[in-house]
Design a protein around this ligand. Structure first.
Ligand code: GAR
Length: 220
């Protein structure tokens, strides 16, 4: 196991410091931040970054008293420039971030960032992976004619939505669904499983064997 993953297994005595990155309106951030306010929550959100200057997620962060930071992405459309990745990693490190939670961050992260937080970046994706990786997964599911959709919390690795799966929740696809209604139903599920996955992870209750993640059975 990577030594840095020990923060997930040893049972921390402090609240794990989480940084959230997103590009959108921030409904997942709100769910994570509301859960963080509950007594005994094992994590706190210390910084929120976005590649979109006026993104809703930055405003939601401020609503919760969390530092919002605009992270200029550079000249690419789908990823950060290497200097921008290094800058983002530096900003999070300086805030003491131990775990990074992507919440609608619409750029692929490469090694300058993933190397800085090896094994400690997680993501929420709006499909039941490995089905429908990539963009607008709810639209992909509708167009495919799938009858069940859902969402996945997973570790981020070098691939696109290929990392080890931590938690999933399924939702039905109704015949009457539009992209909007299906995405809304998936997002309702996201707001349930993302805080719960982060809670179990930061409590040290997720056991990892290779790419298999299991809810650890309490000992003693
Ligand atoms: C969420 O539905 C999330 O699953 C999706 O972006 C939305 C962000 O919403 N992420 C992806 O599609 C990543 N591939 P939010 O800003 O309201 O949390």
């Amino acid at each position: 196991m990577h030594p840095e993953l020990s923060i997930f297994t040893s049972g921390s005595t402090h609240k794990i410091r989480v940084g959230v990155l997103g590009s959108g309106k921030g409904s997942n951030l709100v769910a994570l931040a509301e859960a963080a306010r509950l007594p005994k929550c094992p994590y706190e959100i210390v910084v929120v970054g976005s590649d979109v200057e006026n993104a809703g997620i930055l405003h939601r962060a401020a609503d919760f008293g969390i530092t919002p930071v605009y992270l200029p992405p550079g000249r690419y459309r789908t990823k950060l420039e290497p200097e921008a990745e290094q800058h983002a990693a530096r900003v999070l490190r300086e805030a003491g971030v131990e775990v990074v939670a992507l919440a609608g961050f619409m750029r692929i992260l490469k090694n300058d960032f993933l190397g800085a937080f090896a094994g400690r970046v997680i993501n929420i994706h709006p499909s039941l992976l490995p089905a429908f990786p990539g963009l607008q997964a709810w639209k992909q599911a509708l167009d495919y004619g799938a009858k069940v959709a859902g969402c996945t919390v997973h570790f981020v690795d070098q691939g696109i939505d290929t990392g080890a799966i931590i938690m999933q929740m399924a939702v039905p696809i109704e015949d009457t669904d539009t992209e909007t209604t299906l995405h809304a139903r998936i997002q309702d599920a996201e707001r349930i499983i993302y805080p719960e996955a982060l809670r179990l992870l930061t409590l040290g209750q997720i056991e990892m064997q290779g790419r298999l993640c299991r809810h650890a059975v309490a000992k003693g």
